[in-house]
Design a protein around this ligand. Structure first.
Ligand code: F6P
Length: 362
């Protein structure tokens, strides 16, 4: 079995509550196994520019409660160049870093596979509030983000109720409606618009008008940031503000708009995120010590397990209808079937939740 001298840990892409708990789990479990860990500061940028800190067990004390990432994060273009990659490999060689655990989303794993191609074993851990990695049931940060949204929606409901107003709230999620959908249900929204499914605007306005007639006062509508419409000048514009204006003009209800933006990404991680992060961190470390590479740690049917990064990436492309010629050539018929099943599972999940919003809203 390979002797590991040091394992590098980085966080990249958008930060997510619980990333620190992953870092802590890796550092502590590695220490138990007699392996050193170093934190790479600022994602792949830190690897290129040799910005490292020792992750001793003490260095990760008390971080489990902190949002954000103690290792900081960056979206790094230089890493995609041969020069950037050469510098990153040199940092690993010079600092005796034998393997890397990369915590983040889709872009993070693309970087991870590139490193693995250049001989640095790499394991990914899913950390993004969006829960948009098709192959995993869960990504670290998702629960905290949803709870943050619900907390804010509850506050907005209070004031909407007092003033008999409607509030359209745009929430993060890139091109995935998971946060909007689940938080919307939990906050009792009148409707939720997500990029995955067509939104029935007329029905929503009808529903809001009907509720007004029954003397309902406070109303909330949640729109995922990934929903766009084309305006009269042919420009793609976010749907939330457009819908706010339509609701106000067509129902006569004073309607406000709120964009939660990055507020959704901060804050103390929830129990769910701390726990899953700890389990995923340990799993990633175990995989590295078993000599594995190019895998991503995922949650499947409440179990922490792993799959090939490339399988996860192609499942994502399949789900988003972005497969290119040749993408599936390396996979067997059974593997492709499995990808299709995963995509179907996600679609069914979304469709079921979407029906729930509309069945319950009055
Ligand atoms: O991927 C996480 C996420 O917060 C998305 O929900 C959002 O679209 C994006 O990152 C925002 O990125 P940035 O922090 O670069 O503005």
């Amino acid at each position: 079995m390979q002797q590991f001298r040091k394992i590098g840990v980085l966080t990249s892409g958008g930060d997510a509550p619980g990333m620190n708990a992953v870092v802590r789990a890796i550092a502590r479990k590695a220490d138990k196994q007699g392996v050193k860990t170093v934190g790479i500061i600022g994602g792949y940028n830190g690897l290129i520019n040799e910005k490292l800190i020792d992750l001793t067990p003490g260095a990760v004390s008390n971080i489990i409660t902190n949002g954000g990432t103690m290792l900081y994060s960056d979206r790094c273009l230089e890493f995609k160049t041969p020069e950037g990659m050469a510098k990153a490999i040199e940092t690993c060689r010079k600092n005796e870093i034998d393997a890397i655990i990369a915590i983040g989303g889709d872009g993070t794993f693309r970087g991870a596979t590139d490193l693995a191609v250049h001989g640095i074993p790499t394991i990914g851990v899913t950390g993004t509030i969006d829960n948009d990695i098709t192959a995993t049931d869960y990504t670290v940060g998702f629960d905290t983000a949803m709870n943050t949204v619900v907390e804010i929606l509850d506050k907005l409901r209070d004031t909407c109720e007092s003033h008999a107003r409607c509030n359209v709230v745009e929430v993060m999620g890139r091109d995935c409606g998971q946060i909007a959908l689940r938080a919307g249900i939990a906050a009792g929204a009148m409707a939720v618009a997500i990029p995955e499914l067509p939104f029935d605007e007329a029905k929503t306005i009808e529903r809001i008008s009907a509720a007004k007639k029954k003397a309902k006062r406070g109303m909330l509508v949640v729109v995922s940031e990934g929903v766009f419409v084309t305006d009269e000048n042919g420009k793609k514009v976010p749907y939330g503000e457009v819908l706010q204006k339509k609701i106000e003009s067509e129902t006569g209800i004073e309607t406000k708009f709120a964009r939660l933006a990055h507020i959704v990404r901060g804050g103390t991680p929830s129990l769910r995120d701390r726990l899953t992060a700890s389990q995923m961190g340990v799993k990633a470390l175990d995989l590295i010590l078993e000599g594995k590479s190019n895998l991503v740690v995922i949650e499947e049917d409440s179990k922490i397990t792993s799959m090939e990064i490339v399988f996860s990436q192609m499942t994502d492309r399949m789900y988003k209808g972005k497969l290119q010629d040749g993408d599936l050539d390396q996979f067997s018929a059974e593997e492709i079937k499995l990808m299709e099943e995963i995509c179907e599972k996600r679609r069914a999940e979304i469709a079921e939740l979407y029906t729930l919003v509309n069945d319950l809203a009055r």
